[in-house]
Design a protein around this ligand. Sequence first.
Ligand code: CP
Length: 309
Amino acid sequence: MNNLSVPHLLGIRDLNLTDIETIFKTADAFKEVINRPIKKVPSLRDITLANVFFENSTRTRLSFELAAKRLSADVVNFTAANSSVKKGETLIDTVNNILAMKVDIVVLRHASPGAALFLSQHTSAKIINAGDGTHEHPTQALLDAYTIREKLGTLRGKKVAIIGDILHSRVALSNIYCLQKLGAEVMVCGPSTLIPKHIHHLNVKVSNNLREALLWCDVANMLRIQLERQEAEYFPSLRDYTLNFGLNQSMLNSLDKEIVLLHPGPINRGVEITSEVAESSNSLILNQVENGVAVRMAVIYLLASSIER
Ligand code: CP
């Protein structure tokens, strides 16, 4: 069995290329498992995983739950909205109480950048970051890269444009780290107000023109406008944003080439992407969701292999 070079999955920045390749190789085996009539293996019957979510989620929470169950682990789900957090309990007390019930792995989603790192320094459990504010969302980047690799064979030399609200996106940062480690070139595209000021330090191309980005890329990853994280007005209106950065079929047709489309979800149909494009043959959006289970099985399995038992 291969181990990762890290004890927790806090961000893609901490992983090396061998870690990512090990996760993908392990995910390949689990993808075969989840397409069998009996979609389960008994590997982690002795492991308990807690999904601890302080922010809303559909895909990530369900995907981690299914991934753990497909490995035969026990799973408990915690959502802050209907918990004793509402009575003033802190993050560390909440998690230590969950751990006292003999939990081995905590999957944490939290609004604060660094929350997963903080937990890893103050608890004995394995921590998987399922999104920490505007910082990182490592399993999303892994499943995005895995989906591109499945479609195009390799990431090496491929051009990926990440389009939309880069400033507030943990998906963008994790994708930049992951794609570059795998040998892809990255461009970010959006209104200048939604591109971080110091993005050049990440060695990415920058464009404020959707057509230019689409003509450059092999893969476009369309991001949602994160209105819930915006404390100011970054563009005149959603209609204005859509006119300039929304992807529709006539724009795609005008490119005279095929590109692959990703979206991490949730989609705001008619804002950053039309329904027609989201459901077109170029779109790998549901492949991303399917691959998310296999990739998260791989991450849980590889981290669990270093738990003493
Ligand atoms: N892509 C993603 O993180 O989706 P959820 O917020 O629904 O988990």
